[in-house]
Design a protein around this ligand. Structure first.
Ligand code: ZN
Length: 76
């Protein structure tokens, strides 16, 4: 089973129960899903989130650092 990471949406209001900060988003295959932890509300959305791109960039930067470190060690 794939582990699903659910994240809260700050300031989001549930359209069903009206509670704020109760909505979570998570990725399920090609879809972004929204879900309320306070009631049974659940919804699928297809829009891509900018935060996903930022995470990818951060991961690339982390990959570069060990590679540079290894090169410096080889020269010595
Ligand atoms: Zn709700």
């Amino acid at each position: 089973m794939t582990k699903v990471v659910k994240r809260f949406i700050a300031g989001a209001v549930c359209p069903r129960c009206g509670e704020m900060d109760k909505l979570v988003v998570y990725r399920q295959g090609e879809k972004d899903c929204r879900e309320c932890v306070s009631c049974d509300f659940a919804e699928e959305t297809l829009f891509s989130q900018p935060s996903a791109e930022l995470e990818t960039r951060a991961n690339r930067d982390l990959d570069k650092q060990p590679i540079k470190f290894v090169d410096a060690g080889v020269k010595k």
